[in-house]
Design a protein around this ligand. Sequence first.
Ligand code: V47
Length: 375
Amino acid sequence: MLNTDISNIGMFVSDKNLFPIIDKVLNGERLSFEDGIKLFESNDILTIGSLANYVNEKKNGKYAYFVINRQLNPTNVCVLDCKFCAFATIDKNDPKAYEMNYEEILSKVSYAVKEGATEVHIVGGLHPDWKFEDYLNIVSTIKENFPNIHIKAFTAVEIDYFSKLSGLDYGEVLQRLKDAGLGSLPGGGAEIFSSEVRRIIAPKKIGWKKYLEIHKIAHRLGLHSTTTMLYGHVESYRDRVDHILKIREAQDETGGFTCFIPLAYQPENNDLNLREHTTGIDDLKTIAISRLLLDNFQHIKAYWVMVGEKIAQVGLNFGADDIDGTVIEEKIAHFAGAKSPTQQQKEKLIRLIKEAGKIPVERDTLYNPIRIYDK
Ligand code: V47
């Protein structure tokens, strides 16, 4: 007989302000804006993490997901000039500017397919000279040559650009991409929804209303998508909670988001004068609080590229159930100073997950299991 009284568990909660939130979570009640702020302002990281892990394990059991994928960025020439971005250049004559041709794109996809990839994740610059057809042909050319690969391509920001280029509305742009072989939309471009922060970090980028409108239209056309939040720059906790709750509201409407990905800001080689990387505690808190606030999301990703392999692994016990994938060639975070490798072996992902005490599941883009590593 154990001599433990369960009511004593409260003594491990160092921040007593969290008790009402713990109650709500255990009763399956939705957390409020104020709860989100209280969580971010608390330093009781272990209580926040355990709560998030509890919620995650109720949704996903011990399973933690990875995907064999590759990233592909067809051009870095971009008219937007976002201040946090070290990947893109506004000047096509800049020595770092590049444009891939279809042959290069196909050879990169071919390499990935040989490595077992089931997904190609394509995002890139809004090129001043490219037409919507050029982007559309990237999708159809890949699909014609590799019919089995899932093409997760073009953020809402790109979809808005294609609409301007073509004169088609968002629904028509998305339908044409879908007909060409698009499988789903990635979540980039969300940054932080606050208009004040956007004016500082991404003044020319579409605002949150258009970002979410495009995702909701995609969902209604039967395309799933992921969504993101860029944190650790000039935003406040209020901005983060507001961003997450706007996403929760959109998910209530359509249910079309598969996963939420907090993206840790990488501070180098860009025009924002902020040179600090996020800390481990902030990364873990943001992952855990995302899990707690987004009760209508099945999956939360700890993206190893931006938080590093070690925090991503710990994140699997702080509410995340996914660590993305092999990636093969990451540019966006690495141009901005990410310290992680640019690619990952599948075996390493499996080891990270197993040593976190979870069961690795190789998944496809839409979270259908491909192989469970439970031995
Ligand atoms: O939209 C740009 C971000 C995003 C920096 O959908 C930066 O599954 C940190 O969205 N520091 C692109 N972040 C990456 C992205 C993504 C990645 C992995 C998976 C998925 C998914 C989406 O990267 C951009 C922007 O928010 N970004 N510059 C930077 N300096």
